[in-house]
Design a protein around this ligand. Sequence first.
Ligand code: HEM
Ligand code: HEM
Length: 166
Amino acid sequence: MSKQNTFKLLLDLSTFMTLLIVSAPRATGDTIHEWLGVALAGAIVVHLLFNWNWIVDITSRLFTRPIKGHLFNYTLNLTLFVSGIMIILSGLMISKTVIPFFGISLPQNIIWRGLHEFFTNIVMVLMGLHVAVHWSWIVNMFKKIFSINSAPKAVMPSMNIQRKDG
Ligand code: HEM
Ligand code: HEM
């Protein structure tokens, strides 16, 4: 398996685990919740950079050729992206740790809290679909890791052939 795919798999797995932890702020406390949330935003930017070719390709085709086979996935990814932005934005607007850390004070508005919760729920559903769409990729990557570790090393018969010419 290529180094890039190994890195992508590790990034996807750790991003997913972080998402699960961040969605339980009562278990972690506010401080961990907020900083992990910011770190998660960074991990998702890296994830999107890895998939940049796909994003540019499908987006440019939107206005030229039809993208039939990709329409569902494109809409799903776009909605996921917008909802992710809304979680981070609303999270920063109600922040008690990260924003004050930078000496900034924002006007408080109860609406941001509601939006934060609403988009968290949306992302949980969309993330389930996103993982389902990529399930075979994830399983294939795991299979490749296993075959590297457990497959017997190929023996090349030619290695044992000795020349007997005289
Ligand atoms: C806001 C969050 C996210 C957005 C906007 C997003 C978007 C994308 C996009 C645009 C692609 C490439 C197009 C495609 O094949 O569908 C992709 C691929 C993929 N995403 Fe995400 N993604 C997000 C979070 C995650 C998370 C948390 C996981 C963890 C399970 C994940 C797993 C994958 C996998 C396995 C692939 C295919 C292989 C790869 O390139 O990594 N994504 N994602
Ligand atoms: C994907 C990232 C995030 C997810 C899934 C998420 C999820 C949640 C959830 C489920 C709650 C509890 C809502 C409730 O009980 O009504 C919450 C509360 C909160 N979140 Fe986030 N959040 C994320 C990112 C952030 C970020 C980046 C910040 C700020 C920098 C933030 C700040 C807060 C604050 C201040 C609360 C209120 C905590 C309290 O009052 O006890 N969140 N978040």
